[in-house]
Design a protein around this ligand. Structure first.
Ligand SMILES: [Zn+2]
Ligand SMILES: [Zn+2]
Length: 154
């Protein structure tokens, strides 16, 4: 084996073959080397797998955060386009607001597009904010669902 770095690089360039190109015998040799390395340096192997685990978790948190931010962005965009407040009582806090199908049929539509909430928001954006929808707060929306008309309107 070459001693210094430059030679090592050269040696690798000339001798390194990818695993799939190796003969069965050489594959076995390489497996032995890897196994020996793992047995001799368990702490390093552990470290590197821990590192990738932390990375994975961090990435996942990041993805969840980005996804949540994106969902909120879509919701706000849609609410804004449809007036930004409850059509019935004027509630403005987006936490309470949702999109209502003016003529009902919400359930069928949710079924047709395979989801409510963010799926509906995405659908409305894709379809350039079609008519027939309005912003209602959960209270008014629910009341409308149960009584047919919100008690506010009486
Ligand atoms: Zn309301
Ligand atoms: Zn109401």
């Amino acid at each position: 084996m070459p001693r210094n770095n430059e030679n090592l690089k050269k040696w690798k360039r000339e001798h390194y073959v990818s695993y799939s190109e190796l003969s069965e015998e050489d594959k076995e040799k390489r497996r032995v080397i890897v196994r020996r390395y793992r047995t001799n340096h368990p702490e390093r192997v552990k470290q590197s797998s821990q590192k990738s685990e932390t990375k994975r978790v961090r990435n996942k948190e990041l993805t969840n955060k980005t996804a949540a931010a994106l969902r909120l962005k879509k919701k706000l965009m849609v609410l804004d386009r449809y007036g930004g407040k409850c059509k019935c009582c004027g509630e403005k806090d987006f936490h309470f607001l949702s999109i209502d199908h003016i003529d009902g049929g919400g359930n069928q539509h949710r079924k047709a597009i395979h989801g409510g909430g963010v799926v509906l928001y995405a659908w409305l954006i894709r379809n350039k904010f079609p008519g027939g929808y309005q912003v209602l707060c959960f209270n008014c929306n629910l009341a409308k669902g149960i009584y047919g008309v919100c008690p506010h309107g009486r």
